[in-house]
Design a protein around this ligand. Sequence first.
Ligand SMILES: Cc1ncc(COP(=O)(O)OP(=O)(O)O)c(N)n1
Ligand code: TZP
Ligand code: MG
Length: 206
Amino acid sequence: MTDTRLYLITPPKLDPKPFGETLKSALDAGDVASLQLRLKDVPEEDIARAVDVLMPIAQSRDVAFLLNDRPDLAAKFGCDGVHIGQEDTPYAEARAIVGPERIVGVTCHDSRHLAMEAGEAGADYVAFGAFYPTTTKEPKTRCEIDVLSWWAEVMVVPCVAIGGITVANALPLVQAGADFLAVSSGVWDYTDGPAAAVKAFNKLFK
Ligand SMILES: Cc1ncc(COP(=O)(O)OP(=O)(O)O)c(N)n1
Ligand SMILES: Cc1ncsc1CCOP(=O)(O)O
Ligand SMILES: [Mg+2]
């Protein structure tokens, strides 16, 4: 049995009501640690509406609900945390906004240095990637698996792997010691559907 758990990331554009039904079936299919709402280039009211619909679905199933990019909205909406990248609100400011009880995760690309900085500052997790090709986002870097295994070996701050992760290519990341696999299209676009993807990922973690 490994300690790896699934961290789902929503598609960058979605219609909350129908997506909410898809989300229910995915979360009811197996263990999911967290869901990140990651809407890009949309007005705040679209984020608010998606939070209204999707956050109760996640939280009622003990799935942590994180918001991408916006610590101010994460605090305003009562999300469980926020994910910030290197071009978003700096960690110290994000932590001051959301407080000590909420999760703050930080993008660290392929950089041991960025991850050590974030970990020492108090980040609740560091995210490395992209490990595989992805069309969901133009990642700034590719990350080698040895960065992940080094971190898992020597550090205690949880590490997240992200970028092009699928059921077919996830095992080396699990074996390297990733605490979480952050997955978007590998679940939402899975051939047999998101629920089957959640089941298949959880089988890999056994
Ligand atoms: C878990 C996780 N890891 C990395 C990212 C990427 O964040 P960022 O670099 O800020 O890019 P955008 O997602 O904001 O386009 C993430 N969102 N989640
Ligand atoms: C947000 C993000 N950051 C680096 S790669 C990526 C996209 C993750 O989506 P997918 O799992 O579909 O590659
Ligand atoms: Mg960001």
